[in-house]
Design a binder for this molecule. Structure first.
Ligand code: AMP
Length: 192
């Protein structure tokens, strides 16, 4: 299996690039944000728990996220590989992910960090908010909080993978196809 963590701040283009990656490499997409939004729209207990954190742009507690991912991983362990999008978002989640994969004698092949400047992120998220219907994309205060949470709680995850020599950075500014081509270059190297 090839297991990739697609990493970056909110608005970096993880969702857009994930769609292209899964098409080309036949990988399973695990997006914790999408999973929470599904639970929210279905009104499940998990959705109700996640809502209050998501509404403020804060992280859902680790134990809740990890339990949800554990179930999903066990269902897709026979697939060609997984692209993790929006997970792990804390070092605790990254450690838990390594432990989950270890049970299946699997590992993270590499992490791809999409780099985009803060001003560009805010513009992209506000633009997305016009069509996505996501309330957390429409309020500048919430957007700023998400970026702060990323810097404080999520960015240390990059160091976690760097210490395992798994960190790859890609410039997330430019045309979608050019960025995708840079990502493919990294994935092809990992797959060798
Ligand atoms: P996203 O679609 O990835 O931007 O996620 C939207 C929201 O879902 C985030 O602002 C968090 O509130 C929550 N969320 C998604 N993934 C995680 C995660 N791995 N850990 C904690 N909260 C998460």
């Amino acid at each position: 299996m090839i297991n990739i963590v697609l990493f970056g701040p909110p608005g970096a283009g993880k969702g857009t690039q994930s769609d292209k990656i899964i098409d080309k490499y036949n990988l399973t997409h695990i997006s914790t944000g999408d999973l929470f939004r599904k639970h929210l729209s279905e009104g499940t207990e998990l959705g109700k728990i996640a809502k209050k954190y998501m509404d403020e742009g804060n992280l859902v507690p680790d134990d809740v996220v990890i339990k949800m991912v554990e179930i999903i991983i066990s269902e897709c362990i026979d697939c060609p590989g997984v692209i993790f999008d929006g997970f792990p978002r804390t070092v605790n989640q990254a450690i838990a992910l390594d432990q989950m994969l270890e049970k299946f004698e699997e590992t993270i092949s590499g992490m791809i960090l999409l780099e985009v400047e803060e001003e560009e992120l805010i513009n992209r998220i506000l633009l997305r908010g016009k069509t996505s219907g996501r309330t957390d994309d429409q309020d500048l205060e919430k957007i700023n909080n998400r970026i702060e949470v990323y810097k404080e709680e999520t960015l240390p995850v990059a160091n976690y993978y760097k210490s395992q020599s798994k960190l790859n950075t890609v410039n997330g500014v430019g045309s979608i196809d050019n960025i995708f081509s840079d990502i493919c270059h990294v994935i092809d190297n990992l797959a060798e």
